[in-house]
Ligand binder design. Structure first.
Ligand code: SF4
Length: 301
């Protein structure tokens, strides 16, 4: 496998260095959205693993303006980020779930910040209307942009069980529209959903590749306190992957990814006092090192 800096996969940092000849950071924003999978438009309750923060535990304060949130995060990260440019990442809940004029306002507010060089927008495949797509197309012509789609699995039965709220065909349709319009997208998948086996998980990764995704985010399933998943886990005690099993699956995915597919993440990010299982996932450095070690060992075989 090719080696990029210290890792055997092509990470977002590698991409940034190639594209912008510099390190680029992300500032995570909360623009006050909710999610159609929570407010009843699609369903109530949300995806069973989703926390109260809408899967964005480390973002800005939603009561503040976008500019204020960017400034605060830059101040907070100042020793790390210094004078460097950042990507404004609309992270919590569904960041295209609103009137297109509101979306235009907040996206451009971020883009007009002198330190912002582009946007990352997290959303659901069933939540990009045609007028929103046109806005994204417009932004994509002038700025650096990517969209993030939470797919998690290609198995519609498991998708139903986790209350994802849309079928695989919806993902296929929107990924085609984004590709046809030259808009980059990153697809999220989860390793460790209840009852999902190794081969099915690998098939999700294969599907993401062939859907034209520019990047992939691989998360370990986190059982977070207070989520519906916590109740299911305490009732059924479903199987949790061990670190070794997780590393084997992720290393296998990384081996068959196209050379320049951008790997945004290979493990989850959870708060120590909120993650019930798997506990090993809290030691992110160890997980990353074990994946790297496994890839190195596989080269020798
Ligand atoms: S779509 Fe995203 S924000 Fe909405 S419930 Fe699922 S994980 Fe949470």
């Amino acid at each position: 496998m090719e080696k990029y800096n210290n890792r055997r996969f092509y990470s977002l940092n590698d991409f940034f260095r190639e594209k912008f000849s510099d390190k680029v950071f992300k500032v995570s924003l909360d623009a006050g959205f909710t999610c159609p999978n929570r407010d009843g438009k699609v369903a109530y309750g949300g995806c069973i693993f989703c926390s109260d923060a809408g899967s964005g535990e480390f973002t800005g304060n939603r009561r503040k303006s976008i500019t204020e949130q960017i400034d605060e995060q830059l101040e907070f990260l100042k020793d790390k980020v210094k004078h460097k440019k950042v990507i404004a990442y609309f992270q919590n809940f569904t960041n295209t779930y609103g009137d297109v004029n509101y979306l235009r306002d907040i996206y451009y507010e971020a883009l007009n910040h002198p330190r912002v060089l582009g946007l990352a927008i997290g959303t659901r495949p069933d939540c990009i209307e045609d007028d929103t797509l046109a806005l994204l197309k417009e932004i994509n012509k002038k700025y650096f942009l990517w969209i993030e789609l939470g797919l998690q699995t290609i198995d519609d039965k498991i998708a139903k069980m986790i209350n994802r709220g849309y079928p695989l065909s919806t993902y296929s349709e929107i990924s085609k529209k984004l590709s046809d319009n030259g808009i980059k997208f990153v697809t999220h998948m989860i390793v460790g959903l209840p009852t999902e086996e190794r081969e099915e998980i690998l098939n999700t990764a294969r599907y993401i590749i062939q859907s034209g995704a520019w990047g992939i985010k691989i998360h370990s399933l986190h059982i977070i306190k207070g989520t519906p998943l916590e109740k299911i886990y305490s009732r059924t005690n479903f199987k949790i992957f061990t670190l070794e099993e997780y590393v084997d699956i992720v290393a296998t995915i990384l081996q068959f990814l196209p050379k320049k597919m951008v790997v945004h993440r290979v493990t989850g990010d959870g708060k120590k006092d909120e993650v019930i299982e798997p506990k090993w996932s809290l030691n992110k450095r160890k997980v990353l090192n074990e994946i790297e070690k496994e890839l190195k060992n596989r080269e020798k075989r």
